[in-house]
Design a protein. Sequence first.
Length: 436
Amino acid sequence: AVDVRGSPERGRNAHTGWDRPNRSGRLRAGGWRRTDVTQPFAREATSDERHQQERQHVRELHRKNLGPRPRPPSSTLLACSLSKVPGPNVSKSHSLSDRVWLVTGGLGFIGSHFVRTALRERPDVSVLNFDAMTYAGNPHNVADLAGESRYHFIKGNICDAGAVERAFASAPIAAVVNFAAESHVDRSILDPEEFLRTDILGTHVLLEAARRHNTQRFLQVSTDEVYGHVETGASKESDPIAPRSPYAASKAGGDLQVLAHGTTYGTPVVITRGSNTYGANQYPEKLIPLFVTNLIDDLPVPVYGDGRQVRDWLHVEDHARGILAVLERGEIMNVYNVGGGNARTNIEITRRLIELCGRTAATHLRHVLDRPGHDRRYSLDCSKASALGWAPRRDFDRGLEETVAWYRENEEWWRPIKSGRFTEYYRRQYAERGAS
């Protein structure tokens, strides 16, 4: 593979605009710099001057179009080698093309679908998948990408500033899409500290790295839960956030960090707030995969309270396309709601899943003690995302049938998950609420 960023002897690389300082140049050790934009720190400056120069520098960068570009002839395509990235956790079997997106949490449910969507729909994009491989990060979610030359995996935690810096230093990152998060309300009630660490501190670490490396776009993937309970109407992006669970509060904290970074440092940030997402490869702690896999095993399903909590459901592939639309066409410093327009009560979903799995409510439905602080209703106004040309495509009823079929046909994916640590979690979470 050819290093796209030039060399000390040859100077600027005409294809990418990246240059390495010569032997007498002064730049931090191992640092690459862009030569197609004005460098803001050519002389010593006061802190105020440096601040203003840096913000202007970032503005110049994110004026550039992030959207699809005509692909150059194959003879001119250059590869970016990862051979200089330290550490044993970096996949080195392939090379990256010039336009690189860093996707954090790309082994998770929505993240893995986004990685696949990006590679399929953007042939000039390479993806660096940065994931800590926690309980919900499953390498099998991207097993079909083995051998894809535009895909690389790096094991790392977004709270680890050193690991994040190495990932950024491995290639000129054009965009960051941050899926990495602790994301289950029930677990946040059991262990809120881990949520605060990942969702707030981890987001801050990523933002700082993006600022140092002049990344053109930073997209934060968030949730409709930050708006809290919505009694009537639908939440707009301008509405105040009112989180009511440790998970929602940690995501709201991450969102505020993102917007503050954009205001203070000029970081080119955007945020998406998605509704409840369903589809293949979802970790079976969430309602739909938990209930489907329980019903396949002829086990009852635990419904919180009266089951009349209202959620809006969005297919994971539609969610991935919505994030892609915001990444490429969203306005800097804006929030975009991404919802499916499929409002259902939890009890409606439960009864439909019981029917699809050939069971009966009389034998398999169990009402259990409700979750503390359980929001009754979420609803999103998605007119801003629609204005970007995005709309959900999947019919909900058909999507639900396809999801049930996927879990039936892929027991080898979920059965290993629903053992060991998951069994202990399930007992801890539901046994005291009356589920059996």
